[in-house]
Design a protein around this ligand. Structure first.
Ligand code: RP5
Length: 163
């Protein structure tokens, strides 16, 4: 099966965050592809990636970037597919710069915006799964099971003290 979710990031340095997206997609059994695509350093590649996303079979794009994080918004400007943005925690401004760069899109070009860092990276994959779950029963089942197991882990061991 071809990739349903495209995971792009502005730099190899974003991998430490975006690996959590990929791990979560893998845990849910969602076909995906991963690539560095920079809005600033490889703008033509970004345009080509977004232009060909639908014909290549992608249904959701997850874009992680830090600092002047224009990748998710520019990607959303070039495709009607849903684009989920993950603000990577930057060293200078702790990711607040990334968050504001992604979330403050002008009306007309929505870009889903997740939390800064690991939580956002994981939740982007889960949100992509929710978007795909109606159409793909296997993804729906995987998502329901993921959430049930998460709940059970807490209910089965509610004592917060280390074992
Ligand atoms: C952004 O600039 C990338 O998404 C990355 O978070 C940040 C820094 O990139 P590097 O200088 O580490 O390659 O485009």
């Amino acid at each position: 099966m071809s990739a349903l979710v495209g995971v792009i990031m502005g730099s190899k340095s974003d991998w430490a965050t975006m690996c959590h997206t990929v791990e979560t997609l893998e845990a849910l059994g969602i076909e995906h592809e991963v690539k560095v695509v920079s809005a600033h350093r490889t703008p033509d590649l970004l345009f080509d990636y977004a232009d060909t996303a639908v014909e290549r079979g992608l249904e959701v794009i997850i874009a992680g970037a830090g600092g002047a994080a224009h990748l998710p918004g520019m990607c959303a400007a070039k495709t009607w597919l849903p684009v989920l943005g993950v603000p990577v925690q930057s060293s200078m401004l702790s990711g607040v710069d990334s968050l504001l760069s992604i979330v403050q899109m002008p009306a007309g070009i929505p870009t889903g915006t997740l939390a800064i860092g690991r939580a956002g990276a994981i939740n982007a994959a889960l949100l992509a799964a929710s978007q795909l779950a109606n159409k793909y029963p296997a993804i729906r089942t995987a998502l329901i099971n993921f959430r049930a197991e998460q709940t059970d882990r807490i209910l089965d061991n509610p004592d917060p003290r280390p074992d």
